[in-house]
Design a binder for this molecule. Structure first.
Ligand code: 4AD
Ligand code: MG
Length: 478
């Protein structure tokens, strides 16, 4: 079944056995006694060294073996003479699958900026940094499925195209097959969506939650893991227009259970990466340490692996929104007017407030609960005081909000009231409201932004660098 991967060859005991290695050239170095080629096939951060003797191959052939070219090498697996690797391949034959003209190939063996690499997203998976990120991303996705499977959850595939705005924020991408240059009109002159593909207005989903709740009201514990889309014009290091979200939804879970699950879940998937992605995490840690070298000691962050271990080993701080506002009101930056945005009960916390709580005050992940109803979605369960809802946001150092969730309003009357209050036509959500009419139950759920998790685990500063082909305002090239 295909050739051996370099990851496995590197683990094999060298007994002069014949091996075939296929991969892309990272570097080629010629000395008096030998030609050293470092090959990588993306199965591991580590290259395999393949070695030829001077004069063994024609100068013409060797000229085509340059950084980025793709080779099939046949040879003997031997114990390495040099430092840095235990095995190497003594080449007997080289086949060049594809050359990469050094005049044109943009990925030369030197440091490239992340901004530059974003412009060549078709090639950046061939760098150490991006291949490490992509392998970690895969491991985390696998860990997510494994975690929920082990806990008795069912993976529910919720639709990508919907007619409802789950978050009620109106940040949706329209899906249509209407001819934009010749729109059908109603008698009143409005666009006639009855003639559109679905016979109504349709959008890309912002969240699988509403359908997820339908699943939980039958299967008890489900989760979704799919792409979600938001047309918010946020050019930040934390927002994408297309991102992946994991949304568990559980019947018979109250807010406390929801928090316990969220905390256990993120800790377990991070632990999975710590155990299974050691080489890649070490590489990224060294990269970050290198980057921070010029910063003064007290401004440097914890080494990546220590930061991850710290999050796994310590309980998250849990407090209410109201308590958080009190802390912010008493804080030094507030008193000294250092916050850009005002603080007061009822505000939507901005990222500077969240970061103060997490990074300065508690110095660990924080779960904030019971937010004012006005700043949260319509489906959240009202608290007894009628002022707050049973919401929970998990805030992470360097990231801010990584999870948003809540206990859901299970009362038909109260939910209908909230739907009307925020101006959604109940007709559009009749199917969602019916779950509260037929066998309603207390239930809860949350959404984890997958890229924000990958960002945290890899230590990458910009969310555009943890998804293979990022989508953001004015960018959908690849
Ligand atoms: O807080 P949000 O908007 O919650 C929901 O969508 C709920 N329906 C989830 C639920 O209860 N089932 O989004 C959830 C998470 C955020 O905490 C954040 O991590 C991530 O999704 N997120 C984004 N990630 C990248 N780019 C964006 N534009 C994001 N918007 C939200
Ligand atoms: Mg949120």
């Amino acid at each position: 079944m295909g050739p051996l991967q370099i990851k496995d060859i590197l683990q094999t005991a060298p007994e002069n056995q014949s091996v075939v290695v296929k991969g892309w050239v990272r570097t080629k170095r010629e000395s008096k006694n030998a030609i050293f080629i470092a090959l990588n096939d993306g199965s591991t951060i580590n290259n395999i060294q393949v070695v030829a003797e001077p004069g063994q191959f024609s100068a013409e052939l060797l000229l085509t073996v340059t950084t980025g070219s793709c080779l099939k090498v046949t040879g003997e697996l031997i114990a390495s003479q040099g430092a840095g690797q235990t095995v190497e391949v003594k080449i007997s034959d080289i086949e060049v699958y594809g050359t990469a003209d050094p005049e044109e190939y943009p990925l030369q063996p030197k440091k490239h900026s992340l901004e530059f690499l974003r412009e060549i997203a078709h090639l950046r998976p061939r760098t150490n940094t991006f291949s490490a990120i992509l392998r970690i991303r895969h491991a985390l996705a696998f860990a997510v499925h494994q975690y929920f499977n082990d806990k008795g959850f069912f993976y529910l595939h919720t639709p990508v195209i919907t007619a409802s705005d789950a978050e009620g924020a109106g940040e949706m991408f329209r899906v249509t097959t209407l001819d934009l240059n010749n729109l059908p009109r109603t008698e009143e002159g409005a666009i006639n969506f009855k003639e559109d593909f679905f016979g109504r207005e349709a959008n890309l989903t912002v969240s699988g939650q509403l359908e997820g709740e339908l699943g939980a009201m039958a299967l008890s514990k489900i989760y979704t893991f799919g792409p979600t889309f938001r047309a918010e014009n946020s050019n930040t290091t934390r927002h994408l227009a297309e991102f992946w979200m994991i949304e568990p939804e559980m019947a018979f879970f109250e807010l406390e259970d929801n928090m316990d699950l969220a905390e256990d879940f993120v800790k377990k998937v991070i632990t999975y990466a710590l155990i299974n992605c050691k080489d890649d995490l070490n590489f990224l840690q060294n990269r970050l340490t290198e980057e921070e070298k010029n910063k003064p000691q007290n401004e440097r962050s914890l080494p990546l692996l220590e930061k991850l271990a710290f999050v796994v080993d310590n309980p998250f701080e849990r407090l209410t929104y109201t308590e958080a506002i009190d802390i912010l009101l008493k804080s030094k930056p507030h008193k000294e007017g250092k916050f850009q945005f005002p603080v007061g009960w009822g505000i939507d916390l901005s990222s500077e407030h969240e970061r103060y709580l997490v990074e300065k005050h508690f110095k660990k992940p924080v779960i904030l609960t019971n937010y004012p109803r006005e700043i949260k979605s319509f489906y959240m369960k009202l608290d007894e005081d009628g002022k707050t809802v049973r919401a929970m946001d998990v805030l992470f150092p360097g990231i801010g909000e990584i999870i948003g969730g809540s206990q859901r309003e299970e009362s038909y009357e109260k939910l209908l009231g909230r739907v009307k209050e925020i101006g959604i036509d109940p007709e559009n959500l009749w199917w969602y409201l019916e779950t509260r009419k037929f066998g309603t139950a207390p239930h809860s759920g949350f959404g984890l932004g997958f890229e924000r998790l990958v960002q945290f685990v890899t230590g990458m500063g910009n969310i555009r660098d943890v998804i293979p082909f990022p989508r953001y305002p004015k960018s959908a090239e690849f």
